[in-house]
Design a protein around this ligand. Sequence first.
Ligand code: DGJ
Length: 719
Amino acid sequence: MPVTPLDDHQWAITTPASTYVIAVEIDPLTGEATPRQKYWGPRLPAEAARQVAASGARRHVSSFSTPAEVEELLPVDGGTRWSTPSLQVAFGHVRSLEPSFAGASVHDEGGGAQRLDLLLVDAYHPFEIVLSVRVRDDTDVIERWTTVRHRSDAEVTVTRLDSGNWFVPDAASYRYSGVFGAWAEELQLQRGPLPVGELVFTSRQGVTSHTANPWVMIDDGAATEEHGEVWGVALAWSGSWRLTTTHRPEGGVCVSGGFGHDGLRWTLAPGEELVSPAALGLYSAGGFGAASRSWHEYARRHVLPTAREERPVLYNSWEATTFAVTEAHQLELAKIAAGLGVELFVIDDGWFGGRDDDTTSLGDWWPHRERFPDGLRRLLDGIRDTGMRVGLWVEPECVSRDSDLYRAHPDWALHMTHRRRDEKRGQLVLNFARDDVRDWAFGRLDRLVTELDLDYLKWDMNRPFTQAGWPEREAEQDRVWIEHTRNVYRVMDLLRERHPRLRIESCSGGGGRIDFGIMRRTDEVWPSDNTDARDRQTVQHGFSQLYPAGTMSAWVTDSPNPTTRRAMPLRYRFHVAMAGVLGIGGNLPEWTSGELAEAAELIAQYKEIRPVVQHGRQYRLAGTPGQERSAVQYVLDDRVVVLVYNPLGNAKRGPRHLRLTGLDPDALYEMTGDGSRWHGSVLMSAGIRPAAWEPIGADHRSELVVFRKVRTSVAEPVP
Ligand code: DGJ
């Protein structure tokens, strides 16, 4: 039983490798209920869980502070609390909550999942708060969210609704890990001591953002890739968000996270409810590597719609043509791409309206009248004739002022009374929170997919919200920040429902919308517009902390790279992209016949290793990717794939031997190619000596090493 009631106020939540204990404590003087986390760590037997549940408050209280706030499941604004509230509600002008406990229920959700709901009601107003906790029998990730329901006549305004607060058990010191960045430099991993105070990672952009990704991991400063305890919290949401990590001066750390950013106000009409997205908590005892593998497995089992599929090798025309999409050139690219073994051809920006540059036509989702006077069908048929599937780029949430859509519906763009409409990249954001905009977007996309029989949409979003108003909704304008994202989800969900064969890629000017919310309805994501393989290694390293390689689109583009002007061998560029979902994005007619032949060979190799990379357990081996010798390993059943990199060939310092991990020490592994056989224990303790790691050689050497387990025990006879 994943949820075990210990009594009517205490529950043990058990995952395969962890236990999370909750108790609702009632103040004997005031009657106020405080749901508290009593434990989150290695799995405990029921008796031990009972003991921790019964343990008393350990933190001292002074006249000036209540340090035990950190342990609350949802510290509200009210009573003797002064930290960042996870829930802040005002009744009329009175901003305060005094929750009392109204009961708990455990629900069997099927498929090995159970849900615990704790119901709290304000002591005066009939205002309900439900704290939900979902646990599954095949993952250590615990899902939590909050529902608030307004049942009174008072005017209710919610200014903060977090999905949950997670207490990180006491340690002598703390360190945070997260990924941060900017356009073309997304997902840069940062680790550092957790300062006393409040550390806020947030997006105020209406999308997940390039600036920070919605997760944080905390350890005591000693965890390594393969050892040590790590606590992680991630948010499954693709709009604005905030994760606040509080490190109290008296000790004690917690992470509270939810949708929306500071300053937003959501009014609730009587009878209305507001449900937060899920915040996900993971305890892992095996270092950052094991934590990542648990997140990946969770994503594959419970988030991704098509995790079991193999993602095709795609070609995308953006870097080759930018907006200059023509039938002849796309067909030329398609023929070469198909000859290389590419399986899906995606026509990027420039095929619609009068889209000759980024100042025009977003919203006019019909074939470019001058370039495709007879429509796109002939081009798409031509591509299909090469044996590839076909996809199109779209950016449904934005509109150009110079578009028929904007001319017809200027009120559909986000705007505020008496305020400018600021453009970014020459475009405005549509108010997707509106039902008519949502229905229009679904109608257009549904028609496109149906009429052109599309296999794939690359769904882009190239600017943050500004002047995010909705004048007709008056006091409810800030609903835009929630409903926009929900309607993006709805349109994607509906499209998938109507077109079960359709696959969707999430892109937001590179990696601006990567999170477990969007991943629930997309098949792959585009991590960065920077396709320089060295820079990409850093991005991929950050990506891999939470998200599995089978969702990470990675293209091989031209050399020198169009963004960084850095030249790199084709093989290195391929080996970097082969660590995810391989794609090609170069201007193929300019590749030499030698490059095309090598590319075809590498694509064929990728198809061999693809199941292992896309579905296997991932191990980050060795040094800092992109900067020194590094390697990444994947294991699936009896197959092992290792991609080895050395960007700086003359670097004399650094390891020569590469120790593999996650293998069966007693088994025998055969290296593909030379047929040499290795004990698992040798591969893990002595390691292999990759040629690419030998010092004094060219920059950017790389290697693909593949093993297959041939015997489960070295004592068995050789087959
Ligand atoms: C931004 C994306 O990240 C690129 O890949 C490309 O699709 C452009 N938008 C097109 O405008």
